[in-house]
Design a protein around this ligand. Structure first.
Ligand code: FAD
Length: 478
C-alpha cells in the first residue's frame, strides 16, 4: 500500500489534532516512505461560524502550531499553512507539489471523519493515495466489542475488555523530513485570523515540550496519590493532560506506557492503585469516543431514548447568571470562574456545575455542552457530550436521573475548608469553609458583593424529579 521506498516521493502529512513530532503514527509513516515530507495545517473557516468555537482554545491552538513549526524545523521540515477547506486546499497542494500521497491520523469526531471522506475523494480523483492511521486512541471503537461483537453501551464491561487488549508501544521521533524549499506557506495563524478577540484567560503553556514536562510532573507527583486525591479541586490532584490529549501534544501510547511503567515501579499499593485508576480514566475517554462514533446522534439527542423530549428550559437570564458565575452557589460559581480564567475546570466541579444547570435550573444540557465547548481548552466532542449527558441523567452509564448531587453537600465533601472557592471568588476571601458549604438562611448573604443563592436546592430537586416522572408516565401511556 505505501509508496515504494526506492523512489524519492513526496508525501503530504496533514496535521489536524496531532501537533507533535514524537510518536506521530502518520508522520512516522510518511518519513518511512523514503519521502520528502510536506507537513501542512489547513486553517478552516469552519471555526469562525461554528457555535463551539471560542477564543481560548484557538489561542492555545496558535501556540501549539508555533511550537510544532519549531519542532519540525529541527527535524528538517517546516509547517506549511494553508487557509480554506481542507479537501480543496490539499487538492491544490498535491497539484503544486506533485505529491503522491496524503497521510493523516484519523479523527474520531463526525466532522473530522466527514472531511476525511472528502479528502479521500479528491485524492482518488487526482490519482494519489490517501492513508488514514489510528493514532488518537489506543483502541478505536471497532476493537472493543461485546461477546456478540457489538459496541458497548456501558463503561464497566467496556473498561474490562479495553484493559485486556494488547496495547501498542510508542514509536520514534520524526527526523529527516526534507520539506522542499519551494513550497509556499501562509504565516502561522493568529487569533485575529478567525475574527476572534483575546480571551483574557491564562491556560497552561501550549506545545509538545511543555506537555511532556506536564506528564513528567504528573507521574512523579499528583498521580501517585490520584486514587485518594483526584476529587479535590484545589491544587493539582489530577494529571492536567487533557488539552495535551485533545491537541495530540503527547501520544496516548506515550502516556499509557509511562503510566504503566510508573505503576510497575510503585512502592505501595496506594500508588499502584492510583496509576491504575488513572489508566481507567484514559479508557473513559475512549469509551465516550466510541459512543460518539457508533451513535453520532448523541450530538442532538439523549443517548437514552427514554429521555428524549423532556421539557428542558431555554438559555434565559438564569443561564446567563450561570455563565457569569453568579448563581450564589459558591462551588458552582468557583468552577465557572476557574474555567473563564484558565480554560480548564476540575472534573469534580464539572459534574457539580453541569448537574446544577440541568437539575437545579432544569436548563437544556445542550446549552451547557455548547458553552463548555466554547470555553474549554480541552473541549473534546465525545467526552464533553458524555459528561453532560451523564450529568443530565440521560446518557450512557447515566447517573440515574433521581441521583441528584446537592451542591452544599458536595462542597462539604470536596472543598471542606473552602480553599478552592476562595481562590476563584475574591468576594468570599474572608468567609470560612463551613459557611461556604452551608445553604444560607433566607435573606442572609455570605458577603456583601456576593449574590444570594438563585434557587433553593430542595425545591428544585422536587421540581426536576417531577419533570422526569411525568415524562416517564407520558412515555408509558404513548
Ligand atoms: C460535564 C463534563 C464535561 C466534560 N468535558 C470534557 C471535555 O470537553 N474534554 C475532556 O477531555 N474531558 C471532559 N470531561 C472529563 C474530565 O472532566 C476531564 O477529562 C478532566 O477534568 C481533565 O483533567 P485531567 O487531564 O487532569 O484529568 P485526569 O483525571 O488526570 O484524567 C486523565 C485523562 O483521562 C481522560 N478523562 C478523565 N476523566 C474523564 C471523563 N470523565 N470522561 C472522559 N475522559 C476522561 C482525559 O483525557 C484526562 O486528561 C468532562 C466531564 C464533565 C463532567
Amino acid at each position: 500500500m505505501s509508496p515504494s521506498s526506492s523512489v524519492r516521493v513526496r508525501v503530504i502529512h496533514w496535521f489536524r489534532r496531532d501537533f507533535r513530532i514524537s510518536d506521530n503514527t502518520a508522520l512516522n509513516a510518511a518519513c518511512a516512505a523514503g519521502a520528502e515530507v510536506i507537513p501542512v495545517y489547513v486553517q478552516s473557516s469552519w471555526h469562525r461560524h461554528h457555535r463551539w468555537t471560542g477564543s481560548v482554545r484557538q489561542e492555545f491552538l496558535c501556540g501549539c502550531l508555533r511550537s510544532l513549526d519549531g519542532n519540525l524545523r529541527t527535524a528538517g521540515g517546516r509547517l506549511i499553512v494553508r487557509r480554506g477547506q481542507a479537501d480543496v486546499e490539499l487538492g491544490r497542494l498535491i497539484q503544486e507539489t506533485g505529491a503522491t500521497a496524503v497521510y493523516f491520523n484519523r479523527d474520531p469526531d463526525p466532522f473530522g471523519k466527514e472531511m476525511e471522506g472528502r479528502v479521500a475523494r479528491v485524492c482518488a480523483e487526482l490519482g494519489v493515495e490517501s492513508l488514514g492511521f489510528k493514532d488518537h486512541f489506543l483502541h478505536e471503537f471497532g476493537e472493543v466489542r461485546t461477546g456478540e461483537g457489538g459496541p458497548f453501551r456501558v463503561y464497566t464491561p467496556y473498561g474490562r475488555v479495553w484493559r485486556a487488549l494488547p496495547k501498542a508501544l510508542p514509536g520514534s521521533v520524526a527526523v529527516n523530513l526534507r520539506t522542499p524549499a519551494e513550497v509556499a506557506s501562509l504565516p502561522l495563524p493568529e487569533l485575529s485570523s478567525w475574527g476572534l478577540a483575546p480571551s483574557g484567560a491564562q491556560p497552561v503553556e501550549p506545545g509538545e515540550r511543555a506537555a511532556r514536562e506536564r506528564l513528567r510532573h504528573a507521574l512523579e507527583g499528583p498521580l501517585r496519590s490520584y486514587g485518594d486525591d483526584r476529587n479535590t479541586p484545589d491544587g493539582q490532584s489530577t494529571s492536567r493532560l487533557s488539552q495535551d490529549l485533545r491537541f495530540g501534544l503527547l501520544s496516548i501510547r506515550e502516556i499509557y506506557n509511562r503510566a504503566l511503567a510508573a505503576r510497575e515501579g510503585s512502592q505501595t499499593k496506594t500508588q499502584r492503585d492510583s496509576y491504575d485508576k488513572f489508566i481507567g480514566e484514559l479508557a473513559w475517554r475512549e469509551f465516550y469516543g466510541s459512543i460518539l462514533a457508533v451513535w453520532p446522534e448523541v450530538l442532538d439527542l439523549e443517548f437514552n431514548p427514554q429521555w428524549r423530549g423532556l421539557p428542558w428550559g431555554e438559555a434565559d437570564e438564569r443561564f446567563a447568571r450561570w455563565t457569569r458565575g453568579e448563581t450564589g452557589f459558591p462551588i458552582v460559581d468557583a468552577g465557572i470562574r476557574e474555567l473563564l480564567a484558565t480554560g480548564f475546570m476540575h472534573n469534580r466541579v464539572r459534574m457539580i456545575v453541569a448537574m446544577f444547570l440541568t437539575k437545579d435550573l432544569q436548563i437544556d444540557w445542550r446549552h451547557g455542552e455548547a458553552w463548555f465547548m466554547r470555553h474549554l481548552v480541552d473541549a473534546e466532542i465525545g467526552s464533553n457530550n458524555g459528561g453532560w449527558q451523564w450529568s443530565a441523567g440521560t446518557g450512557a452509564d447515566a447517573a440515574p436521573y433521581f441521583r441528584i448531587q446537592n451542591p452544599w453537600t458536595q462542597t462539604k465533601r470536596y472543598d471542606p475548608d473552602g480553599a478552592y472557592i476562595r481562590r476563584w471568588i475574591p468576594e468570599l476571601k474572608n468567609v470560612p469553609g463551613a459557611v461556604l458549604a452551608t445553604e444560607p438562611s433566607p435573606g442572609l448573604r455570605m458577603a456583601s458583593k456576593y449574590p444570594l443563592p438563585m434557587v433553593k436546592h430542595a425545591e428544585e430537586r422536587d421540581r426536576v424529579l417531577a419533570m422526569f416522572a411525568s415524562h416517564k408516565e407520558r412515555m408509558v401511556l404513548v
